[in-house]
Design a protein around this ligand. Structure first.
Ligand SMILES: [Zn+2]
Ligand SMILES: [Zn+2]
Length: 150
């Protein structure tokens, strides 16, 4: 039996520190407009964890939350503005941004909300138009060659 892996993360200034343990439920890239606008980046590299896998170890009082929709509670550090993670209550999962846990070996397995992409990534991974059916989406995938244009 291997030891449960644990990965440390922090905000930009270090006031907030956290750890995630175990293995993520899923990991990949989200191309949605909300992630783009929130992160100021063309895609969001996500890792999804069960809530009990994520522990804030320092600076919990420095965390603030914004939710534009009830699907995503986005968290950041009040001191530096650095992003931490997003809670998805409906899925009972927390998206810990892959870039916030540098010790974790990010291995993307899927692209979601690819119909909204501004940065096509022809990497051979499955690309969902929105999200997989088991997560409440259409489950429709988009081929890299014939990307749907809205
Ligand atoms: Zn900070
Ligand atoms: Zn997104």
């Amino acid at each position: 039996m291997r030891e449960t892996p644990s990965y440390r993360g922090s905000c930009f200034c270090g006031a907030v520190q956290f750890a995630v343990s175990g293995d993520p439920a899923a990991q990949g890239f989200c191309h949605c407009e909300s992630c783009r606008s929130w992160s100021a980046a063309p895609v969001n590299a996500f890792t999804l964890w069960k809530p009990d896998a994520v522990h804030v170890t320092r600076g919990a009082d420095r965390i603030d939350t914004y939710h534009k929709t009830p699907r995503s509670y986005r968290k950041w550090c009040k001191t530096c503005g650095g992003h931490l993670f997003t809670e998805h209550p409906g899925w009972k999962l927390i998206d810990v941004y892959a870039a916030a846990i540098p010790g974790f070996r990010f291995k993307p397995g899927v692209h979601v909300n690819y119909q909204e992409t501004v940065l096509p990534m022809n990497d051979g991974l499955p690309k969902f138009k929105d999200v997989p059916a088991e997560m409440g989406g259409s489950g429709v995938t988009i081929t890299e060659e014939s990307r749907l244009v809205a």
